[in-house]
Design a protein around this ligand. Structure first.
Ligand SMILES: *Cc1c(COP(=O)(O)O)cnc(C)c1O
Length: 417
């Protein structure tokens, strides 16, 4: 892929996201006599003209612009990964995207970039993904965080604030916020939106005024639970800073991961539509179910459903048979986990409570299975949870069910069943 061959198509009329998902980043393939995307695993490349190479490296060190011409070394640039970046930027409608080894590597690079500019203060809204919260709260990269609610953002800004960070729908409560209003209250401070849950199929944060879009590509972008990656979609100036950080710190995406992520993007729109339809139906059934205290499902839609049970949430996890009890999300198969024990365990209990993460909360990532098969499995697991909470057999979860007595509300609800 050369930059020219990509630019040659940029004069074409704008295409639908469904079309971009299949074609963006691959426009030059036919001219190369190829159909599938080539996977380039080289760590190094021939550099016969070292004078010219020196000039190119000086240029990269000074600007962080994507390298023109052949690659030099895999920590600097990789053609397969670059295709994924081009495609994701097109879907998020940003000038550029920069891929990393994981979502956390991507967030770290953004924080390091801002810190390198003397802007160490971050304003953030809970809840965030557990490890993002941990990275900010623990100050592991020398950042300092002020937690606030969306209405408090403007007042929390300081002269050294380098970033405002939010997630919507948020992990794991699926809480939503008005991105346009939030972007407005950030003033000139860049707003970073973690768009992992919505994906560009449902929401493009830059259209609401966000400047930086973060993805754990591990989730919906990959979509099959077999690739770890992260990506930041942003303006070209920010991307240049991020490329320099990535080169210097080494959190690069492996080319095979880039290949799999690009392939994942092809089916992202159809996966999101199908998985969201099933999730919406399950959310409806859960909301009508007396064994369930509360259901969280975003107005935006999406394939994540969170719910609080009257019974023992650990028994639901232990009770599923078709659904996989596992952390992570966004795969073609359905996963369920208990945020208080796994995805958000690293956050202190008080901070979990502040973020609205109840100990009764379960987070389910809905896949492509048949909705009736999924409901059948959930239905049995919910029964097991009530048994466990009332001291019944509990399906092999005797240890987990030796918990405090079930809440008062449970008795009438059970009697009603
Ligand atoms: C998983 C996740 C992350 C972290 O991504 P990794 O790829 O696991 O490093 C960040 N944000 C959200 C919303 C996530 O779900």
């Amino acid at each position: 892929m050369t930059k020219d061959s990509m630019d040659a198509t940029s004069a074409a009329p704008p295409r639908s996201p469904d079309t971009e998902a299949v074609h963006a980043g691959r426009e030059d393939l036919a001219a190369l006599g190829l159909h599938a995307v080539p996977l380039d695993l080289s760590t190094t490349y021939p550099s016969p003209d070292s004078r010219a190479e020196a000039a190119r490296l000086d240029e990269f060190a000074a600007t962080g612009a994507r390298l023109e011409g052949p690659p030099v070394y895999a920590r600097l640039d990789n053609p397969t990964v670059a295709r994924f970046e081009t495609a994701l930027a097109r879907l998020e409608k940003t000038e550029a995207a920069v891929a990393f080894a994981s979502g956390m590597a991507a967030l770290s690079a953004v924080l390091l970039l801002r810190a390198s500019q003397g802007l160490r203060h971050v304003v953030a809204v809970r809840p965030l993904y557990g490890c993002s919260d941990h990275l900010l709260t623990g100050g592991l990269l020398g950042t300092e965080v002020t937690w606030t609610d969306p209405a408090g953002i403007a007042d929390a800004l300081r002269p050294d604030t380098g970033l405002v960070m939010v997630e919507t729908p948020a992990n794991p409560t699926l809480a939503e916020m008005d991105l346009t209003a939030v972007a407005h209250s950030c003033g000139s401070v860049p707003l970073l939106v973690d768009n992992t849950f919505a994906t560009p199929v449902l929401q493009r944060p830059v259209e609401h005024g966000a400047r930086i879009v973060l993805h754990s590509a591990t989730k919906y972008l990959g979509g099959h639970g077999d690739v770890l990656g992260g990506v930041v979609a942003c303006d070209e100036e920010t991307a240049r800073g991020l490329r320099r950080i990535r080169f210097a710190t080494g959190g690069v995406l492996h080319p095979l991961a880039g290949y799999l992520l690009l392939r994942g993007l092809s089916t992202l729109p159809v996966r999101m539509r199908a998985q969201s339809a099933t999730a919406a139906e399950l959310a409806r059934r859960l909301a009508d179910d007396p064994r369930v205290a509360r259901v969280h499902y975003p107005a935006l839609g999406g394939a994540m459903v969170s719910f609080e049970v009257h019974g023992d949430p650990h028994a639901v996890i232990a009770g599923v048979r078709l659904i996989t009890p596992a952390v992570s999300l966004g795969s073609v198969d359905t996963l369920i986990q208990h945020p208080g024990s796994i995805s958000h365990r690293i956050i202190g209990e008080d901070d979990r409570r502040t973020g609205g993460i109840s100990e009764k909360l379960l987070r389910m990532s809905v896949g492509l299975e048949d909705v009736e098969d999924l409901w059948h499995d959930l239905d049995a697991a919910l029964d097991a949870a009530l048994d466990a909470a009332s001291g019944g057999a509990g399906d092999g979860v005797a240890d987990l069910s030796s918990r405090p007595p079930a809440p008062r509300r449970q008795e009438p609800e059970r009697a009603g069943r």
